[in-house]
Ligand binder design. Structure first.
Ligand SMILES: [Zn+2]
Length: 241
């Protein structure tokens, strides 16, 4: 059987799942149920070319996703692939036989160690991958959040990382509780930085008033551009609260 190679390509706030296939032409399509974009890549076409093609189709993906009804959205796919995206960059993956399922870095690659291959136990691999993404995102948040909290004069009382389909993050002004979408671990880190500032600013202003945006842009001048590039939610049509 033909060995098919898959990877994820970051396109703005989207992740396109690309797959090498015996096809004649590049073909981009959207799963009509989940809104997930898929790209079929002919074997002769390089990943570099496929990536620039996918990136040139960003407007098309935006428009196609906006036609999918809100109630049909599902959380993003966290399956194990031959290449996986961490903070907007694609990394090769490999498998090691081991007793306890775990995902870790080794020499610039992502390793899944477990008693069975990711293909033989996809749910186990996904759980390990989600733990890994949580760790990566928590490390970045621990690095950036204290600085911005100090700049804004606020304190985050609790931080949680969750799979959410319609929000990048949320904040509760009264309790100081923040939630971040795990999906931020797959997008460029500048987006996580923006969502950190956005949610911390909600500890100052609960709404999205001009005063709120003034607070946001005071500490992160590029916030409005980042907000536009990121989009409102991992799935289309959601809102950032
Ligand atoms: Zn908000």
């Amino acid at each position: 059987m033909l060995k098919e190679s898959r990877r994820e390509i970051a396109v703005g706030s989207h992740l396109v799942i690309a797959e090498k296939k015996r096809v004649k032409h590049l073909r981009l399509r959207l799963d009509s149920r989940t809104g997930q974009p898929y790209l079929s890549v002919p074997l002769r076409v390089s990943w570099r070319y496929a990536t620039s093609f996918a990136q040139s189709q960003r407007d098309w993906i935006d428009q196609a996703q906006s036609r999918i009804k809100t109630d049909q959205r599902f959380p993003p796919d966290y399956a194990w692939h031959e290449n996986l995206t961490v903070f907007g960059r694609s990394y090769q993956t490999r498998y090691e036989l081991a007793g306890r399922p775990k995902v870790f870095w080794h020499s610039g690659q992502l390793v899944y160690a477990g008693p069975k291959t990711p293909g033989a136990d996809p749910e186990q691999a996904q759980r390990a991958l989600l733990r890994f993404y949580r760790q990566e995102l928590a490390t970045l948040v621990d690095l950036l959040l204290p600085y911005y909290a100090q700049q804004l004069g606020v304190e985050a009382k609790s931080i949680r990382y969750k799979r959410m389909r319609s929000r990048w993050g949320s904040a509760q002004k009264t309790t100081g509780a923040l939630n971040f979408n795990l999906e931020l671990a797959r997008r460029e880190s500048r987006f996580a930085e923006y969502v950190i500032v956005h949610e911390l600013s909600h500890l100052v202003h609960a709404d999205h008033s001009p005063a709120f945006w003034q607070t946001v842009t005071k500490v992160l001048p590029s916030a409005r551009n980042l907000a536009k590039a990121l989009g409102d939610s991992p799935a289309p049509l959601g809102v950032l609260r």
